[in-house]
Ligand binder design. Structure first.
Ligand code: ZN
Length: 509
């Protein structure tokens, strides 16, 4: 079984910000989860490097567009690495293989009779790199995403006859009810289609920084068309000498923020239908990270720098915080203060402390060796609840509900903390008659924590591996498979006492 997942390719007109980090983390969590299920996974991310805004950004810096993108792309590669992304490939739209593929793709649209040359006029937002219908603008006539007035642009361009696909798109939507998630975004895309689709320009004659239209070198392909095709082109050259298209297309899931829904849920499927490709199986549309209730944007000057946060607290707490705090599909307010509270409460107090206590009690009362659970003293409830937690969190990851998966896992973390309070191993240790009970409790804590590590691995992979390491458990890729998440699958017995997994963060630190 294969699972292919993508982030949008990020536009390199500015520095990476938290929005990019959030999308990449969300996609990475799902990629890791599907690898844990033993699936053949391909996780793609990369950079979008053509178009007017790039040329303008380069000019402002006194660079050629190529120099500019060659400086910016590594920042986005670095972001993927910094957040712990396990992407299988990083595509750049200036890769010659991609550019050649894009030309071949638009030739297919032309061969299908879906391209026409026309004079095109429309309201164009340079920040979106996109045209707006007047009816979709803010009441003051500005772009609702950027708050700036679009300009009237008129030129002779090649058109993609999107209007021809209106019925087929509607039918596709009706036959695939859940293909865009959440439901509100599915409805939004469908109603956009059913309002009536206009044909769209897919080339520019006034722009030079882009992929030339293969039959007319005076024009370059519109940056959005160029960008969308990356999801397919990457499969043809990600592994030298191998074409992965049959293995990983259609994509299982495109992950993105809601501002690019229309491109992905309306234009992209129509382009694929025209060129003769299958439609992706799903699209997951997440909300915005807000700061004090406002969208983060360069224009508003409230952009948080993910690199600074990672320097301060590490990538794993950032991954945990964003996935725990902001439900995929909804907007969510984020702040350093919020991160600190989550960190101290969930990671330091509840999980980190549970691990430290368990390991140090095994060290103190059983000389560092996890005891076997004596027959008749097995903690049936704790065992059953642990396996139920794995099933519940898996079902939630399967539904792309990462926040809910974490809630299930933390319910069980709190259950294990209660076990410590209720059984009071420090009292059991004083009574030789209770030795069997103490063995059962210590064994139960280790076995329960192992299940927690496997369940939480997609969100905080390094933490999960560290928990297994401290419990003396095997932690290679094969040991992380979900099929191994059964009670009592302890692979060895010697624990290692170590400093706290999550030292508490002080306010203002
Ligand atoms: Zn805009």
């Amino acid at each position: 079984m294969s699972f292919s997942i993508t982030t949008p390719i990020y536009y390199v007109n500015g520095e990476p910000h938290h929005g990019h980090a959030y999308t990449t983390i969300a996609a990475d969590v799902l990629a890791r989860y599907h690898r844990q299920r033993g699936e053949d996974v391909f996780f793609l991310t990369g950079t979008d490097e053509h178009g007017t805004k790039i040329a303008q950004a380069a000019e402002a810096r006194g660079l050629t567009p190529q120099q500019h993108v060659d400086q910016m792309a590594p920042r986005y590669r670095e972001l993927a690495r910094a957040v712990g992304a396990s992407n299988d490939f990083f595509i750049r739209t200036t890769d010659p293989e991609h550019e050649a593929f894009v030309q071949g793709f638009v030739e297919k649209l032309k061969a299908a009779g879906d391209i026409e040359k026309r004079t095109y006029g429309g309201l164009y937002c340079t920040a979106c790199e996109g045209f707006w219908y007047e009816r979709d603008l803010a009441p003051d006539g500005t772009c609702p995403d950027h708050g700036i007035a679009p300009t009237w642009v008129e030129e002779e361009n090649y058109y993609f006859l999107l209007s021809r696909y209106q019925d087929r798109l509607s039918e596709f939507f009706r036959a695939h009810q859940g293909w865009v998630k959440p439901r509100s975004r599915y409805n939004e895309a469908l109603s956009f289609i059913e309002q009536g689709l206009d044909d769209i320009s897919i080339s520019r004659s006034s722009v030079t920084w882009g992929v030339p239209v293969p039959w007319d070198e005076e024009q370059v392909i519109y940056v959005w068309v160029d960008a969308l095709i990356n999801y397919l082109s990457a499969l043809t050259y990600a592994r030298p000498g191998e074409d992965l298209t049959a293995r990983f297309w259609p994509a299982s899931l495109h992950v993105m923020a809601k501002d690019i829904l229309k491109f992905h849920a309306v234009i992209w499927p129509a382009m694929l239908m025209s060129a003769g490709y299958e439609i992706p199986e799903g699209e997951l549309i997440h909300g915005y990270l807000l700061v004090g209730g406002e969208k983060m944007s360069k224009t508003r000057g409230n952009v948080l720098d993910p690199f600074a946060v990672i320097d301060e607290v590490g990538a794993e707490p950032l991954r945990f915080y964003l996935m725990r705090e902001v439900t995929l599909g909804q907007d969510g307010d984020v702040s350093m203060e919020g991160l600190r509270i989550r960190y101290n409460n969930d990671l330091a107090n509840e999980l980190g402390n549970l691990l430290s206590r368990s390991v140090s009690m095994i060290d103190k009362y059983r000389e560092g060796t996890i005891p076997a659970a004596p027959a008749g003293e097995v903690l049936q409830d704790v065992a059953a609840e642990g396996e139920a937690m794995v099933r519940a969190s898996s079902a939630r990851y399967d539904a792309d509900e990462v926040t809910a998966a974490l809630e299930s896992i933390w319910e069980y973390v709190r259950r294990l903390n209660r076990l410590v309070e209720e059984e009071a191993p420090w009292k059991l240790a004083k009574d030789e008659a209770q030795a069997g009970r103490l063995d059962a409790v210590l064994h139960g804590l280790a076995a329960g924590l192992r299940l927690v590590a496997l369940a939480v691995y997609p969100v905080v992979p390094a933490t999960a591996i560290e928990i297994l390491r401290r419990l003396g458990q095997a932690h290679g890729d094969a040991d992380l498979l979900l099929e191994k998440a059964v009670w009592g699958g302890l692979t060895s017995a010697t624990v290692g006492v170590a400093p706290p997994l999550f030292p508490r963060l002080e306010a203002g630190a």
